[in-house]
Ligand binder design. Structure first.
Ligand SMILES: [Zn+2]
Length: 964
């Protein structure tokens, strides 16, 4: 669920690819472009063709051949596209004097930075050219590969002494990061010698193009600039690490679209094809994730590799360079509220110092900027929030994007791509300048952050978090691994122990708060992270005044809730024998009694069992799900448990099972007899045969790209289940008999407009004939539309208060013969205000909070699912439950006093959501409609709901009776 419209100018989600309504009506100072052409200072003979530059850049053999003298091309001659003005060599730094021996961007790429948007391969090429020229001052490291296999790199740039001693610098950083390991006096010695490591990460959103190009100019400047007086101190005191492109798949997708849409010259019209990105747009990575939300969930290769690299160096300053809507100027910190309570006052003070220096340079260059608006510092999954929680001074920079080579603001003024590159360049150089000047303070601040964290962890009320052994051990193990990967010490106990009045089994995990990562631990393991009271009060006031809130992103993210794993906060830090937890996301499972003669059983309730189910069915293993609980050899297995009969399977079963449990983490127990003493027998018709379903996932607009991508990610990457993504425009007319399951992800546009009556009819027929239709989030709103009526749920309007109902006017009807409507008196202002309350409105939108749900005890759809679930809920969709004659509400929100688990949930919403459905199922003909009113695959991070999604697919498909 999402809001589809932005309610006020104050609320504007980070980096949305839209023009911001607050038009600042400014352009870039002394580099003010000509309003007619976008360019001012350069003659036509200096104009260049982007295509030619791109061709030269991609041939790689003769970088300067043929192009430098490019002439203006008469428009009636056939020529290349995208002619732009040449960028002068000192455009980025007036009077810059570059050492001609250092390979310039132009000598390698064939153009000056700012004359073209540089694709990923060329970024790598330029960095490699620099590193090859100055191997003693620059080294390149790979930290991973994108989904599409593109290299993810960082470059370390520093004095020869630093580059020769990167290992020693890393070792010092590790020591500062863990003051417990330092000998007396060692801290001071390290602080005296350690460089300020400045980490610069660029263009995490692929359509935020300027930052990555500015990283090329920065690397060149650091190695080649002569006569910049700041360079000596920067070389002496800093180690600069550049991650030039965090999201190569998204960037190259954007560049391809942009080039394809480009005509003779770049067109700044926001509606021009070069700037109007087709679904899914360039922002997201291949899997359509927003990587700038993933820093603690680590679902994507780009963030897994990046965070691991950051943890090697523990940089003292981090910049994550972004772009925003073209109407806005430039943002750098200090941030707006809310500020995460785990941020220290020293961190804020240093940010202020950095911001002030930025402001000084921007004033000098005549570049407009703003601070303390829009961009907060609350969610720890951002590229600034996560390093902040580790002790860095981490900042987001935001430049109004050209979104191409040329942009037109809504006031008609224009600016060029190079202008955006310049602002990023200036801001980042300013940041490095301060880090160099204040090296000692920044390094000490980092050390103090880590040191005080330990002390606070010892004295604060919660001194440890214990993860007991529990039903879904696979999710528990994964949570422990996820924390371990972030530099958090997690210990797996090797003996039973008692703490906080409770006995815990060996194998439980303990996370002590008395460690340097304490502030990240609080962020991730506490159920709730508080927003400042004055900020929350202001949001209340805004709601009452009918204004939108200023909350930027989700308000709850607690990992134990998202994983549905029990974590016990404990007032002591138990001393118990233990070993370091593994960083493997899946622990190998096992087959107990593998030579069993009759059958194997896997207990439901574990994500590993769901994983096993999917993989085993793909390998052709015959598998049944038990509709009810049963007892075998004294052990009771819950409903939904899986049974494999040896007689139904081939001779190679043992071999297959051995590799399957290793891969999936499932635990199977073999039995030599099928004699059940309680519940249905293994041979009963309540042992329902499972099928390997063929899954269609609706793709393309109007689905929400993040939801479509996350759903594909969850199925393909967490469970190994292939899906067929089918573009929406095919869905109304496509014969669906080739599929068992159709999934409609959460939408960001109208399903009704996209599918129409023909689409509804096609899906109705599909379900009638035995298909399973699964809707997520707002897709359910379309199924519940009375004209579509694929499910009997109905979407609710906001509740009306008694005062509102009383104050409403009679309907303004004109009686026959009358010339106007009935007159009314307003005796006072209060009556007037009640009278103008809208007669119908949606419930107030949730920005993203975690709500508690309860599962139906005896329903096959929730068989094996925990009785209490935690669900990320965003948007404003609340549904009237199904009546018993129509279908079943198998997961419902908890009562009004229990429903809120984490985050901001306004009182009226809390009351209205109570007991409403989160998951409903309706049987239709030979098939089922399974409707989630929430998005259970949200950001791919809600592992606690994964088994429910798998049940919805597999258990429904097993019960449907398709026409064959
Ligand atoms: Zn961004």
């Amino acid at each position: 669920m999402k809001c589809l419209t932005i309610q006020t100018s104050q609320k504007w989600p980070r980096h949305l690819n839209k023009a911001h309504p607050n038009n600042l009506n400014r352009c870039c100072g002394r580099f003010r472009p000509n309003p007619e052409t976008g360019f001012r200072s350069w003659g036509r003979n200096m104009f260049k063709s982007r295509l030619m530059m791109a061709l030269i850049a991609t041939t790689a053999l003769m970088p300067t051949a043929g192009f430098a003298q490019s002439q203006a091309i008469p428009h009636e001659e056939l020529g290349a596209i995208g002619t732009v003005a040449a960028v002068p060599a000192d455009f980025y730094w007036p009077g810059a004097n570059y050492d001609p021996a250092v390979p310039s961007p132009k000598s390698v790429l064939g153009y000056q930075i700012g004359e073209a948007i540089t694709p990923h391969a060329q970024i790598i090429r330029y960095f490699e050219a620099l590193a090859a020229y100055a191997p003693d001052q620059m080294k390149i490291f790979d930290y991973g590969r994108s989904w599409q296999g593109k290299r993810l790199i960082y470059a370390a740039i520093g004095s020869p002494e630093k580059i020769a001693n990167l290992d020693a610098i890393q070792a010092d950083a590790q020591k500062l990061a863990d003051p417990r390991k330092l000998a007396a006096g060692e801290a001071e010695a390290i602080i005296a010698r350690h460089p300020a490591v400045v980490w610069l990460a660029y263009s995490v959103h692929g359509d935020e193009i300027g930052p990555a190009d500015s990283s090329l100019q920065l690397a060149y400047h650091l190695l080649a600039a002569r006569g910049d007086p700041r360079m000596a101190e920067i070389k002496r005191n800093t180690l600069v690490i550049i991650v030039p492109i965090q999201n190569p798949d998204g960037r190259d997708r954007f560049i391809s679209t942009n080039l394809n849409g480009t005509g003779m010259t770049p067109d700044g019209d926001p509606m021009s094809a070069e700037r109007d990105q087709p679904w899914p747009g360039g922002r997201v990575n291949h899997m359509q994730f927003d990587l700038n939300r993933d820093w603690f969930a680590l679902t994507q290769p780009e963030t897994r590799g990046h965070t691991a690299a950051v943890l090697k160096y523990y940089p003292v300053v981090v910049v994550d360079s972004h772009e925003m809507g073209s109407d806005r100027s430039f943002f750098f910190p200090p941030e707006s509220q809310p500020i995460n309570p785990n941020v220290t006052s020293e961190q804020l003070a240093l940010k202020n110092l950095l911001g002030q220096n930025n402001g000084r340079w921007f004033d000098q260059f005549g570049l407009p900027y703003f601070t303390r608006e829009s961009y907060d510092l609350f969610y720890p999954g951002y590229g600034d929030g996560w390093p902040t929680a580790q002790g860095s001074i981490a900042m987001t920079f935001e430049q109004g994007s050209a979104r191409g080579m040329l942009a037109k603001r809504s006031d008609g003024s224009k600016f060029a791509f190079r202008d955006t590159v310049k602002s990023q360049f200036v801001a980042v150089l300013s940041t490095i300048e301060v880090a160099a000047r204040e090296r000692g303070r920044f390094v000490r601040s980092f050390y103090d952050f880590r040191r005080t964290a330990i002390a606070e962890g010892k004295s604060e009320a919660v001194k440890s978090y214990i993860l007991p052994t529990q039903t879904d051990q696979s999710n528990t193990d994964k949570l422990a691994a996820l924390l371990s990967r972030q530099g958090i010490e997690v210990n797996r106990t090797t003996s039973n122990f008692t703490a906080c009045g409770r006995t815990f089994a060996a194998g439980s995990f303990v996370v002590s708060a008395a460690q340097p990562a304490k502030r990240l631990i609080r962020n991730l393991l506490e159920p709730d992270t508080a927003m400042e009271a004055n900020f929350v009060a202001e949001q209340q006031r805004r709601r009452r005044a009918g204004l939108g809130d200023q909350i930027y992103d989700v308000t709850g993210w607690s990992l134990p809730l998202l994983y549905n794993v029990e974590v016990v906060p404990c007032a002591t830090d138990p001393a118990v024998t233990s070993q370091k937890a593994s960083t493997a996301m899946i622990q190998p499972g096992q087959v107990i009694n593998p030579d069993a003669k009759v059958a194997f059983v896997a207990a439901s309730g574990s994500t590993a069992t769901s994983r096993f189910m999917a993989k085993a069915l793909q390998q052709g293993i015959a598998l049944r799900t038990m509709a009810e609980a049963f007892t075998l050899e004294g052990k009771t297995y819950p409903a939904g448990s899986l049974v494999l009969a040896r007689g139904e399977n081939g001779a190679d079963l043992n071999q297959k099972l051995a590799s399957l449990v290793a891969e999936t983490g499932a635990v199977l127990t073999g039995f030599d007899s099928s004699w059940v003493t309680n519940g249905p027998s293994l041979g009963s018709d309540k042992a329902i045969k499972l099928r390997n379903p063929r899954i269609l996932l609706a793709w393309d607009s109007p689905t929400d790209r993040n939801s479509a991508g996350a759903t594909r990610y969850v199925l393909e990457r967490k469970f190994g289940v292939p899906v067929t993504p089918v573009r929406m425009r095919r869905l109304a007319g496509l014969p669906l008999s080739g599929y068992d399951v159709v999934i409609l992800p959460d939408g960001e546009g109208s399903y009704g407009a996209a599918l129409g009556e023909a689409g509804a009819r096609n899906l109705r027929t599909f379900v009638q004939n035995g298909g399973v239709l699964i809707s997520l989030g707002t897709a359910t709103g379309w199924l519940a539309d009375p004209d579509v009526d694929l499910i009997g749920l109905r979407r609710e309007q906001a509740t009306v208060t008694e005062a509102e109902a009383k104050g409403r006017l009679p309907e303004a009807k004109t009686k026959a013969g009358a010339s106007g409507v009935d007159g009314v008196n307003f005796p006072d202002e209060a009556t007037y205000k009640q009278a103008i309350v809208e007669t119908s409105r949606d419930p107030t939108e949730l920005d993203g909070a975690i709500l508690r749900g309860e599962t139906a005890k005896d329903h096959w759809l929730t068989a094996g699912i925990a009785p209490t679930l935690h669900m990320m809920v965003a948007g404003s969709d609340i549904y009237r439950p199904l009546t018993a004659d129509v279908g079943d509400n198998v997961v419902r929100f908890a009562g009004p006093d229990q429903v809120k688990a984490s985050g901001i949930v306004w009182d009226d919403i809390r009351k209205q959501l109570a007991f409403k459905p989160a998951l409903a199922v309706q049987s239709r003909g030979r098939g089922y409609v399974v409707a989630f009113t929430i998005d259970p695959t949200y950001r791919g991070m809600a592992d606690g709901l994964d088994s429910l999604v798998m049940n919805a697919i597999y258990f429904s498909a097993a019960r449907a009776r398709p026409v064959r």
